[in-house]
Ligand binder design. Structure first.
Ligand SMILES: NC(=O)c1ccc[n+]([C@@H]2O[C@H](COP(=O)([O-])OP(=O)(O)OC[C@H]3O[C@@H](n4cnc5c(N)ncnc54)[C@H](O)[C@@H]3O)[C@@H](O)[C@H]2O)c1
Length: 407
């Protein structure tokens, strides 16, 4: 029997998401009679304890008999049960300073840590994530902000509705003005943004048409790697070369700033990659962008006027184009740009996001959990038996292990 426990989220601002919905727990227990799932009660989860009970799932505050414990965000150190296998987003693989103590505690408590973020197919594509819902909510927030800034239409905030379906319903009552939108990125975030574009019947056009035509209806163009970057020496784009040597590439976004009303940014970004524009560019007399939904949300990153991340409660700030200073949002003037930079977007639609996550866990990860020798789990295991695994030995200093043999 494999005993799984769904643990309660305990971060200061508790997350409402959960790895498996009540219905998914029931489905898994019916499909695999050798799996038993118990749920730790929680007052904050988007599915009530009673919904798990209604599916015949046991609730318990005692998780010590479980083989595998599944959460979403970092588990507080004093709640880590020694020797257990945990699945959650540990945010340790980039040596994030705020999780150094957690990393050390996991080693000390001989935890087997399997990080959702590190679960990949053999081509390195991630198996699990909430990017799709970050894209959906981020695009929605961007459109909401544009409507409010210009007094054109009102949309309900995503966290005030029950599901994405309710947002889609709200779109039926909106006639979008003939604006132009750029969508950047090629991952799960971008697919979420594209879904919202489709739901609103916003027409997709090719980048060249976008740059050279004006339309009587709303349009968007989708800029992927080759549309956004070119090698400085020969103007070419090769994906693998770009990933290996991003500093050799220049960004081509400048051509779009005088043709775009909303930028929906969903790119992967790191310091070596050129920004989409520089701060002073927003002073350009032909600058047209009024709203930026910075879903990537790298502070001072690809969007240099993302001065800070924002919250679900207070999602938007303005930036004055002349002073470059932060100002109030929703001012109906050409002199300001509104930035939406919420860093936990999927939490605005926690039930839908959890459902999406659980489906992928059940399809692609659970069979691996049941297999005696899973490469997928091996690659995603950061530590076990008091040691880092070979792939993560580069975390030795961070984990407080001066020099170790691999687990
Ligand atoms: N604001 C939020 O709440 C929120 C939520 C989820 C994700 N995000 C952010 O959005 C961004 C995009 O996320 P996603 O889920 O679409 O990512 P993803 O993993 O689905 O896609 C990343 C894409 O970037 C490309 N890429 C370019 N250079 C790369 C490199 N050096 N290494 C790896 N991939 C590279 C990949 O080919 C891939 O297509 C990320 O920065 C992520 O942190 C924000």
């Amino acid at each position: 029997m494999l005993r799984i426990g769904l643990i309660r989220e305990r971060k200061k601002l508790p997350d409402e998401r959960v790895a498996l919905t009540p219905h998914q727990c029931r489905y898994i227990m019916d499909k695999y009679p050798n799996i038993n799932i118990t749920v730790e009660p929680s007052p904050n989860r988007c599915f009530a304890d009673a919904e798990y009970m209604a599916e015949g799932i046991t609730l318990s505050n005692d998780m010590t008999d479980r083989d595998i414990l599944m959460g979403i965000k970092e588990v507080p150190i004093d709640h880590l049960i020694p020797g257990k296998t945990y699945f959650f987003f540990s945010h340790t693989k980039k040596k994030q300073p705020h999780n150094k103590d957690l990393m050390r505690a996991m080693i000390e408590k001989r935890i087997r840590m399997i990080d959702y973020e590190c679960l990949t197919h053999s081509d390195e594509q991630r198996i699990l994530g909430f990017g799709m819902y970050a894209g959906i909510v981020g695009a929605h927030n961007g459109l909401l902000t544009y409507g409010r800034k210009h007094g054109l239409y009102e949309l309900p905030p995503a966290h005030k509705v029950k599901s994405y379906q309710d947002l889609i319903h709200a779109y039926e009552a909106i006639k979008m003005p003939n604006i132009k939108i750029v969508v950047t990125g090629s991952g799960k975030v971008a697919s979420g943004v594209l879904d919202v574009m489709r739901q609103l019947d916003i027409e997709q056009v090719e980048p060249m048409d976008y740059l050279t035509h004006q339309y009587e209806y709303p349009v968007f163009t989708h800029l992927k790697g080759g549309d956004l970057y070119a090698r400085k020496d020969n103007d070419m784009f090769h994906r693998d070369d770009f990933h290996a040597h991003p500093e050799m590439y220049k960004c081509l976004f400048s051509a779009y700033v005088n043709q775009t009303d909303i930028l929906m940014n969903g790119i992967y970004w790191e310091q070596r990659i050129a920004r989409l524009f520089e701060k002073d560019d927003i002073k350009r007399h032909d600058w047209r962008i009024r709203v930026i939904a910075d879903i990537s949300c790298d502070v001072d990153g690809s969007v240099p006027i993302t001065y800070d991340s924002t919250t679900i409660a207070d999602p938007v700030f303005g930036v004055d184009r002349n002073s470059l200073q932060q100002v109030a949002p929703f001012l109906n003037t050409k002199d300001t740009i509104d930035i939406m930079a919420v860093d936990n977007l999927p939490n605005e639609l926690p039930c839908d996001a959890s459902q999406y996550f659980g489906v992928h866990f059940e399809k692609y990860v659970l069979p691996e959990v049941l297999s005696p020798n899973s490469d997928i789990l091996r690659r995603a295991t950061i530590c076990q038996d008091g040691k880092l695994t070979k792939k993560y030995e580069y975390l030795s200093d961070y984990a407080g292990l001066a020099h170790q043999g691999s687990a």
